[in-house]
Design a protein around this ligand. Structure first.
Ligand code: NAI
Length: 575
């Protein structure tokens, strides 16, 4: 485990690194290796003479070489692999390069390219990262955890690879998601990569392609049943908490039922977040709140149609209901402003095929009797719902490409001056609408956030930047807030504080025609705002693990917590 220590100065900045490693061992430690940037003095003191070419480079010079090498690759997967190989031998340089090309490289190391890397895990594996905990090794959990690379852990990102992005059960390949999320934590919020742990709970796979693939690297077994699964997760969480009582657990890309069960099982007993449910909800709601500001209409007066009433659609609807309740409506009043549609049609009180979490969103038959059509017989459900319900907010989580067509959007725009439209389905090819069409059909008035990235749109001589509802704007800052306040729990109020803080970073506060969300390139600033809001909410809720109050120097607390990709001077420890 760790053979190094960060030394910080009075102001909280990292000033040096102390290590006992020398020679080949030092060059082979990706967290410490500086390659040709080791100074002459360090080369002499750490036994590196003759192990490196003579020239001493700066990190900027190294980054230029890396970027040139990276640019030679023509496929996104090859670029992803190139950057991950760099991460395997020089982490500081990896973070330095990616942070300087963030908008270009985030889609390469994270979504969407990481999806491809997950699918190709067993073919492309170079160096394994993180901890692989197979169900077959469940009796040796303590030993496995003791084999981890790093001594102190603040944050673990955990997956079982059952529901990866939009590509389903990927078994062991899910570990790439855990690693990528942690990279985003560091890139966007400065989370110290020396204190994190990517974890794959290898509970098998039900993907027949993987089970039959001779190259498959995971535990070749069907997924275990619910009881075994719950017991295994319990065993894992307890073993982790025994070592790190205040560890922050981030769960990602688990199957829907497991994700919800884990969230409700542990939210009162651990500091935990589900990325798909909670972090995604924060960004989507922040987009809506920014749209509400730009529209000039108070949130409590909006009406919402959600097209696609699955995990994402319901999760987002739940968050907007909570926000409306915070804005003064009763829960019933808030729910009465929602119309949700799934593959079987509008959710109505007469349907007997509703999922449990859909039930509170039914539209009553009473209300439907006043509509201009029989929605239960409709062949154009979305259009009929829009014409009758007159929504001011339209959200798409359906994976139905082009569902927000001209008729639907024009019908909506006929009733509101600034329609808020969020086609959130991924990938780009499944988006419910193209931003250029939305702007054209609404004469430039639509307030848009999309799930996938879209290029700027020129309309009527004006350039529109399209907000991307990317949860990289939320979870890194939430994590920083949790870690710097040593929060024991992640409460609803902390998530709400994160949502408000993110929404306040929206450019619409300066210009009502601007993009709903800040640029990804601004995530550092955004994450800090979100982190301070989250930490303050932790104090209010009594879950902060350290004493913080009005006199706290928040900027200093951030400096004392974060890590920046720079080469620090090395000191030899006797270790
Ligand atoms: P899901 O499978 O749980 O839900 C899909 C829903 O769409 C279901 O209710 C289904 O009945 C409905 N649907 C499918 N075809 C339909 C049709 N022809 N007409 C009406 N409804 C239809 O999937 P999940 O997890 O909710 O994800 C949905 C999409 O949302 C995905 O593309 C996902 O990538 C995206 N998403 C985007 C996020 C963002 O913030 N950008 C966050 C989370 C998900």
């Amino acid at each position: 485990m760790n053979e190094f220590k960060l030394i910080r100065n009075e102001a909280g900045y990292i000033s040096a690194i102390e290590t006992s490693l020398t020679g080949h061992a030092l060059l082979s430690a990706p967290k410490l290796n500086k390659g040709c940037a080791f100074t002459q003095e360090e080369r002499e003191r750490f036994g590196l003479l003759g192990l490196l070419p003579a020239r001493i480079e700066t990190i900027t010079e190294q980054a230029e070489r890396l970027y040139a090498q990276y640019s030679e690759h023509t496929s996104n997967l090859a670029k992803h692999i190139h950057l991950n190989v760099l991460h395997d031998y020089n982490e500081t340089l990896f973070y330095y390069v990616v942070s300087r090309h963030l908008e270009e490289m985030l889609p390469i190391i994270y979504t969407p390219t990481v999806g491809e890397a997950v699918q190709r895990f067993s073919v492309e594996l170079r160096k394994p990262k993180g901890l692989y905990i197979a169900y077959s090794d469940r009796d040796r959990l303590d030993e496995i955890l003791d084999n981890r690379l790093l001594a102190d852990i603040d944050l673990a990102v955990i997956t079982d690879g059952e529901a990866v992005l939009g590509i389903g059960d990927q078994g062991i390949g899910g570990i790439n998601i855990s690693s990528a999320k942690l990279m985003v934590y560091t890139l966007c919020a400065g989370i110290n990569p020396h204190r994190v742990l990517p974890v794959q709970l290898d509970v098998g796979t039900n993907n027949p392609h993987l089970l039959n693939d001779p190259m498959y690297l995971g535990w070749r077994h069907e997924r275990i049943g619910k009881q075994e699964y719950d017991e295994f997760v319990e065993q894992f969480v307890k073993a982790l908490q025994k070592r790190f009582p205040s560890i922050y657990l981030h769960w990602e890309d688990m199957g829907r039922d497991n994700a919800r069960r884990i969230l409700s099982r542990y939210r009162q007993e651990a500091c935990t977040i589900n990325g798909d449910i909670q972090a995604t909800g924060v960004v989507a709601l922040a987009s809506v709140l920014a749209g509400v500001v730009a529209s000039g209409v108070p949130l409590r007066d909006h009406r919402v149609v959600v097209f696609g009433a699955g995990a994402a659609g319901i999760g987002i609807a739940d968050q907007i209901v909570d926000a409306m309740v915070r804005a003064g409506l009763s829960e019933q009043e808030a729910l009465s402003r929602f119309y949700l549609i799934d593959r079987q049609g509008l959710l109505t009180d007469g349907r007997n095929n509703l999922l449990p979490f859909q039930k509170r969103y039914v539209t009553s038959r009473d209300e439907l009797s006043h509509w201009s059509c029989d929605i239960l017989q409709s062949k154009q459900v979305l259009l009929d719902v829009v014409e009758n319900a007159k929504p001011s907010i339209l959200i798409g989580c359906s994976t139905v490409a082009g569902a927000f067509n001209e008729a639907v959007v024009k019908a909506m725009a006929a009733g509101v001056s600034r329609p808020i439209i969020l086609p959130l389905s991924n990938p780009t090819s499944l988006s419910e609408a193209l931003p250029s069409d939305l702007l054209e059909w609404t004469n430039g008035n639509a307030l848009i956030a999309t799930g996938s990235p879209f290029a700027d749109v020129e309309f009527n001589g004006k350039r529109y930047r399209i907000a991307q509802s990317n949860n990289a704007l939320a979870f890194p800052g939430i994590g920083l807030g949790v870690i710097m306040s040593k929060a024991k729990r992640l409460t609803d109020d902390m998530l709400w504080a994160a949502t408000e803080a993110l929404s306040r970073c929206s450019p619409v506060y300066q210009d009502k025609t601007a993009s709903l969300l800040p640029k990804l390139a601004e995530t550092h600033m955004v994450s800090r705002q979100v982190a301070i809001a989250v930490a303050k909410a932790a104090v209010r809720d009594g879950v902060a693990g350290i004493h913080l109050d009005d006199s706290t120097d928040w900027e200093k607390l951030i400096r004392e917590t974060v890590w920046e990709p720079e080469y620090y001077p090395y000191q030899l420890s006797r270790g």
